[in-house]
Structure formats: structure tokens, C-alpha cells
Design a protein around this ligand. Structure first.
Ligand SMILES: CCCCC[C@H](O)CC(=O)SCCNC(=O)CCNC(=O)[C@H](O)C(C)(C)COP(=O)(O)OP(=O)(O)OC[C@H]1O[C@@H](n2cnc3c(N)ncnc32)[C@H](O)[C@@H]1OP(=O)(O)O
Length: 721
């Protein structure tokens, strides 16, 4: 059945016209809604039987803002005329400057354009716990219906810049304290209270306030400039590579210096420039790509319902196990943490406690909730209590025999409906379950470290994993606030496999004579939070050495064998874990590049002997980015070719959430498509002619480059799903 969308107006006997937005699920402001709002406001302004107006949203949600699909259309076509004229025509003229008072009745959420409409009303009445915010910067644009001007005038400049630059929403309770919300009423009274408020304004019992004309919360020009100076510093820190934060501050300043209306005009102009930026394209893509991950063919569309998962056992209390336990406990799921002896168990429990304590000390969790979470944790040393768990997550070291024996045991001690998950990051699931008869309930639950903080959950399905088990794990993932991405089974799965050339390429460049600290710095300037060497330190070089042979066995044709990791370990540099790797780690200070590591690099260079003519290769920063990230794109192509992911956009989300690939570049495949498959192919081809198989373009990349196709276009039928 087609969903009913539109704007309605009902005029009551009291002379109040209630204008209602209906566009499920979030009442987004699509073009027909905006046209409907214009029509109804014109009508209400003209009708003699209308004294006052209430604006509201259907089904308990005011509005989730402007329809983001329109941005995507603009990105596809480059046609700015697809965006309706709203800010002046509707918001300023028909709403704010109306002679009849307009009151917003806000429930559920008022975000982006939704909050902007509410702020153009002459008062706002809200139900408790309504989410209020201007998240436009997360989409690479700025608020475009006057939000940059009205929010500072309603909540003060410092709070407004904080909310806008950090895209931080607040609840209506806080909004009430700040003056953004005029009255807080129970949901059942929302409409009657709003009608009354509107009539009170019409009859002069309450003030007729136009937000754009207010100056009482802005302060003096020098105070405002001081706040904006801080905002610029903040923008530099949080968004060094994005244009919208600085542009937003300029627009706010325009309104402070030349008045709100001037600010509204500048806002509209800057909005149009930003909406076409690569940043907006990348971020809008990420918005939709993230939501698409919850649609898994033959799993989420076949009428299955997730089963309740109330109790989970975790095997292994190390870094991963304790992180996963923390994430589950925080979402009220009971956890049995199993270790092999008391010492390890106590260590695991202490890690969970430290994770939770850290959240409390950073103000992210109340002491009460921390206590409740910890009360759901139980440590065990055997399988006695596994009989009634709904799911087991194995999180032991990457050792095939050990995992096989654990799964064989689990099959005996758990109930037949229990989900058997492994947190392996590398090992083939079919191999893990080889010695069991439970292959349909074996699934990969690959968390990223630190598991209680990183949002990606890579759900790995083998050919045998049942749809029900995948759906159950997706539901658990969502319950613990992760973004589950379902992928197929192969060595390294989607994320680690795609990114294994990241470290390899960095090692090759270093062996070619490029300074390793420069490589890290170039890559962080590109937008990844950690360069490959610092990332290696963080993961621990022992892990690198352990998984290397597993990758080499299957992807050996495109491996660069660097002696650097082994040399590093030989000299006692395990990484952050023991305070020394490529960098020195001291408590309370940032990692420092360690010049002593350079002699180890020299030794490695002697062994590989790949510097042209024995001299360091000179490379530009652009070449560094290409030599490190194009091999990653190349592997992403193989992942797409083999159908390891359902859609290319899943790999984008996985790269953004699992590897912190910059979201404003849209993810690894989206970025590669922006750079151009043909260019990437030609660069790799030339590099492979000089440096061999490591850079050899994949069949998929070559095919798309030759056909002038995007990498994200069409999928191969060789699906692993
Ligand atoms: C001339 C133009 C000027 C424009 C000016 C204006 O200032 C610009 C804007 O308003 S930009 C939009 C600002 N709003 C947002 O950024 C909010 C984005 N949405 C969300 O944060 C969330 O979706 C939510 C909090 C509103 C709801 O979250 P929830 O978890 O309940 O649900 P989902 O996120 O899964 O969303 C459900 C489906 O709704 C779609 N959707 C949500 N918001 C929008 C939107 N603004 N436009 C279009 N579609 C939206 C979302 O994609 C989901 O769709 P599915 O098909 O996947 O179900």
C-alpha cells in the first residue's frame, strides 16, 4: 500500500487552524510537503475564520527535517533547482512574518529543517523527551531554513554554536530550560496546550515573539566575536578537512554583524555552494548507506522475527572479550564471562570494570547504570552454566585448533537453539565449525577494538549459516548500538581483507626509502585518524606476525614480505601494549615518534634491497596516498567481485566504521569512484610494472576502468551470501 503523504489543515470552532505534516516514517520535508505547507499557510493567513495557527507532525513526530533524498538527486544531476525556495518564502514570509500567531506543537523529534520550522513559529510547546537539533553539518551542509540565525537568538550564541558544530541534539527538557521550548506538556495535552498558547498570543495575553528579530541572547559584538573565535578553533580541531563548519561560522557572524535577515540570505547562498561539495556527496552517501545495511536479502525480507537474546556467554576475557562483554552489559544483556583460570578471569572482569568506570568518568554513564550493568556480569571457569545461554561469542586468540575444539565442546554443552558465534577477525568460519554438526548456527561476530566503543559489527555468514541466526545477531547488534554489516566468509572477511594492503603498502614505501613518520602524517592529513605505523602499534605487532601467514596462504600473490615487523619484535617493540613500537607510549602524553626505530628500518631496507639504485625513492604526498590506498581499493574490488558484501555501499560503511576511513569521503569505494577507476587502474598498472604483483590491478578494477564504469555499479553473481 502506498504511504499517505501530505499536509492537512483543520480549523476548529476556536479559530485555530491545525496544520499537520504527514510523511512517514519521520515526516521529512519532501517537495510535496513544502508545497503543501506553503498552500496551507497562505490559506490560513487569508481566511477570516482563522485567528491563530498550530503546526504539528503526524504520528508522534514533528519532523526529521528536509528530505535528504533531494540532496542525493541534486548530487546525481547537479541540478540545484530541485531544491525548493523555502527559507524566505515560507519560513520568513508566510510563517514568521504572519500577522496570525503560529505555535509549534512538537513531539518525538524536530531535527534540521523540522526544528527550523518550529523556531520560525512564535512559540514552541513540546512533549517530554522530544529530540531537538540541527544535524545538517553531518550531511556536509549547514542549516538552510534560517537555523543558523534563529537558534543563537533562542538559546544564546555559545550553546547554539556548540549544538550546530557538534551536531548535538538536546531533549525538550533542556530546550525548555534554555528557552528554545516555551512549555513542556504531557503528550496528551500537546495540541490543546498549543491551541491555547496560540490564542493567548492572538489575544495579547502572551507576547508575539519573532525569533529572527530577537537580540536579547546574543550579547555584545565583542562577546559574540570571542565566542566565534572559540568556535573557529573548535572547527579547526574537529573538522580540519571539511568546509561546512567554517562556512557555518561565517554565516552566523553575518547575522550577528548585519542582522538576522542578512544572515538568512547569506545562509541560503552558502547552502547552495555546500550542497554540491564532495564532502556533502560523501556524507549523504554514508547516511543512506548506513541505513541500507539493515536490509539483507533473504534475511530481513522473508517474514522472520528475531528471537530474544537475554543471556550471552563470552569465551575469553582478553581485550576483545571484555570489550564485547561491556557492550552487552550496557544494553542490559546478562553475560557469563568464561576464562581458563582464576587469574585470567579476574583480569577480564577488571577490564570490564575499567571500561565501565571510564564511561562514568567521561560523563557518558551514570553511576547507577554502571552498577546495574556490572550486576549482570558473572565470571565462570567451566561450561556448567552454558546450558541456558541464548548465544556464545568465542573471543580467544587466533588459533585454528583451539577454536575448533571450543566449538566442538560448545555443541555438547549448549542448547540446540543457542547461537554459536566467533569473534575471529581472520579465520574461515567453515574451518572453525569443521568438527561440528552445527554449521547452520555458527556465525562470525567480528567486533572492532575497543569493542564497547567502535560501532561496526561485521556479521560473517558461511554458506550454511541460517537466516534466523543472522537476523538474531543483527538484532543483538542493534540492541547494543552497533551497526551490523552482513558479509560473506573469506580470510579477513570484508574489512580486514580490504585493508590488509594498508600496512603492507606502508612497509613497502618505507623499504623504498620513505620516512615512516612522514607516511603516517600524510595519511592522517588525508583523514584517517591513525597512519599505518601507528595503527600497527595499536593492534600490536605480535598479531601482525600471527595473521601474516594466514593471509599469505590465500593472498600470497599480492603480499609484500616485509621483515620490519619481525625485526621490531626482536628488539622488544611489541607496540602500544608494551609502550614501544614505531612510537614511544608514555602514560598521559601523546605517542612520540621514536628516532631509534630508524636503525631497525635501515636493517630492513638492507634485507629487502628494493630502493632504486640503493637510494631512497623520492615521492610526493599525493603519491604516498595513492601507493597506500590504491592497493586497498584494489582489494576492495576483489571483495566486490567475489560477492563478499551485498552491495558496494556496505563496504563503504564497513570502512568508515571499522577502519575510520573518513566519512566525508564517503567510504573506500565511494572515494575510489570519485577519484576515478580508470585513473586508479592506470596508476596501479604503472606501479606493478616497477614493483610487481603487490600493485597488480584486479580483474574487476581493470574491467570497470576499461568499460568506464564505476566500481559501485553492479555486482558479480559470484556471491558468497
Ligand atoms: C533548500 C533546502 C534547504 C534544507 C535546509 C535544512 O536545514 C536541511 C535539512 O533539514 S537536512 C536534514 C536534517 N535532518 C537530519 O539529518 C535527520 C536525519 N535522520 C535521522 O537522524 C534519523 O533518521 C532519525 C533520528 C530522524 C530517525 O532515526 P530512526 O533510528 O528512528 O530511523 P532511521 O534513521 O532508520 O530512519 C528511518 C527512515 O527514515 C529515513 N529518513 C530519516 N530522516 C530522513 C530525512 N530527513 N529525509 C529523508 N529520509 C529520512 C531514513 O532514511 C530511513 O529510511 P529507510 O528507507 O531506510 O527506512
Amino acid at each position: 500500500m502506498a504511504k499517505k503523504i501530505g499536509v492537512t489543515m483543520e480549523v476548529g470552532n476556536d479559530g485555530v487552524a491545525v496544520i499537520t505534516i504527514t510523511n512517514p516514517p519521520v515526516n521529512s520535508l519532501a517537495s510535496p510537503i513544502i508545497a503543501g505547507l506553503k498552500e496551507k499557510f497562505q490559506d490560513a493567513n487569508q481566511r477570516n475564520d482563522v485567528k491563530a495557527i498550530v503546526l504539528t507532525g503526524n504520528n508522534g513526530r514533528f519532523s526529521g527535517g528536509f528530505d535528504i533524498n533531494v540532496f542525493q538527486q541534486v548530487h546525481k544531476t547537479g541540478d540545484l533547482s530541485l531544491m525548493p525556495e523555502v527559507s524566505v518564502e515560507l519560513v520568513c514570509n508566510l510563517m514568521e512574518d504572519s500577522r496570525k500567531p503560529v505555535v509549534a506543537a512538537v513531539e518525538g523529534l524536530a531535527l534540521g529543517g523540522g526544528l527550523e520550522l518550529a523556531m520560525a513559529c512564535h512559540a514552541r510547546v513540546a512533549a517530554p523527551k522530544a529530540q531537538l537539533g540541527l544535524p545538517e553539518l553531518t550531511l556536509g551542509v549547514i542549516p538552510g531554513f534560517g537555523g543558523t540565525q534563529r537558534l543563537p537568538r533562542l538559546v544564546g550564541l555559545a550553546k547554539a554554536t556548540d549544538m550546530i558544530l557538534l551536531s548535538k541534539s538536546i531533549l525538550s527538557e533542556e530546550g525548555h530550560k534554555l528557552g528554545l521550548v516555551d512549555a513542556l506538556v504531557p503528550p496528551g495535552d500537546l495540541l490543546s496546550a498549543s491551541r491555547k498558547w496560540a490564542l493567548d498570543i492572538a489575544d495579547g495575553r502572551k507576547p508575539f515573539l519573532r525569533s529572527l528579530h530577537r537580540t536579547d541572547k546574543i550579547g555584545s559584538l565583542s562577546e559574540a566575536r570571542a565566542i566565534l573565535k572559540n568556535s573557529r578553533q573548535l572547527a579547526k580541531k574537529i573538522a580540519p578537512n571539511m568546509p561546512q563548519h567554517h562556512a557555518c561560522i561565517e554565516v552566523i557572524e553575518e547575522g550577528i554583524v548585519h542582522g538576522g535577515y542578512s544572515g538568512v540570505l547569506k545562509e541560503a547562498e552558502v547552502f547552495k555552494q555546500l550542497v554540491l561539495s564532495d564532502t556533502a556527496k560523501g556524507l549523504v552517501h554514508v547516511f543512506f548507506a548506513q541505513r541500507a545495511t539493515s536490509k539483507v536479502p533473504n534475511v530481513t525480507d522473508v517474514g522472520l522475527k528475531p528471537r530474544p537474546i537475554k543471556k550471552v556467554a563470552i569465551i575469553g576475557g582478553g581485550l576483545m572479550g571484555s570489550g564485547i562483554a561491556t557492550a552487552l552489559l550496557l544494553s542490559n544483556i546478562r553475560v557469563l564471562l568464561k576464562e581458563i583460570n582464576t587469574e585470567y578471569l579476574m583480569k577480564g572482569i577488571k577490564s570490564v570494570e575499567a571500561n565501565i568506570k571510564g564511561l562514568v568518568s567521561r560523563g557518558k554513564l551514570t553511576q547507577d547504570k554502571a552498577g546495574k550493568a556490572l550486576s549482570l556480569l558473572k565470571g565462570v571457569l567451566d561450561y556448567t552454566e552454558f546450558k541456558d545461554v541464548d548465544m556464545v561469542i568465542e573471543a580467544v586468540i587466533e588459533n585454528i585448533q583451539l577454536k575448533q575444539s571450543i566449538f566442538k565442546e560448545l555443541e555438547k554443552v549448549c542448547s540446540p537453539h543457542c547461537i554459536l558465534a566467533s569473534n575471529t577477525s581472520t579465520i574461515d568460519l567453515d574451518v572453525i565449525g569443521e568438527k561440528t554438526n552445527s554449521k547452520d548456527r555458527i556465525v562470525g561476530a567480528h567486533f572492532f577494538s575497543p569493542a564497547h566503543l567502535m560501532t561496526l559489527l561485521e556479521i560473517v555468514r558461511s554458506k550454511n549459516t541460517s537466516a534466523q541466526v543472522i537476523l538474531d545477531l543483527m538484532a543483538v547488534g542493534k540492541a547494543i548500538k552497533k551497526v551490523p554489516v552482513v558479509v560473506g566468509n573469506c580470510i579477513g572477511f570484508a574489512v580486514n581483507r580490504t585493508f590488509f594492503p594498508y600496512a603492507q603498502a606502508a612497509h613497502m614505501l618505507t623499504n623504498l626509502g620513505v620516512d615512516l613518520f612522514r607516511i603516517d602524517s600524510v595519511i592522517t592529513s588525508f583523514g584517517l585518524p591513525l597512519g599505518p605505523f601507528q595503527l600497527g602499534d595499536l593492534a600490536g605487532h605480535g598479531i601482525g606476525l600471527a595473521v601474516g601467514p594466514i593471509y599469505a596462504k590465500v593472498y600470497g600473490d599480492r603480499m609484500f614480505n616485509s621483515p620490519l615487523t619481525e625485526l621490531l619484535l626482536k628488539s622488544g617493540r611489541n607496540g602500544k601494549i608494551n609502550g614501544r613500537g614505531f612510537y614511544i607510549y608514555e602514560k598521559g602524553s601523546k605517542p612520540k615518534p621514536d628516532p631509534q626505530v630508524l636503525s631497525i628500518v635501515e636493517e630492513s631496507r638492507k634485507l629487502t634491497n628494493i630502493m632504486p639504485g640503493g637510494k631512497p625513492r623520492s615521492v610526493s604526498d599525493k603519491e604516498i596516498v595513492e601507493m597506500i590506498l590504491f592497493p586497498v581499493v584494489n582489494e576492495a574490488c576483489r571483495v566486490l567481485d567475489e560477492g563478499v558484501v551485498i552491495r558496494a555501499a556496505d563496504l563503504d560503511i564497513a570502512s568508515v566504521l571499522g577502519m575510520s576511513f573518513p566519512s566525508y569521503r564517503g567510504g573506500i569505494v565511494f572515494w575510489a569512484d570519485m577519484v576515478g577507476p580508470k585513473y586508479i587502474y592506470e596508476r596501479l598498472k604503472r606501479l606493478s610494472e616497477t614493483y610487481g604483483g603487490f600493485f597488480k590491478p584486479s580483474r574487476y578494477l581493470e574491467e570497470r576502468a576499461m568499460k568506464g564504469m564505476l566500481l559501485s555499479e553492479s555486482q558479480s553473481s559470484r556471491s558468497r551470501m
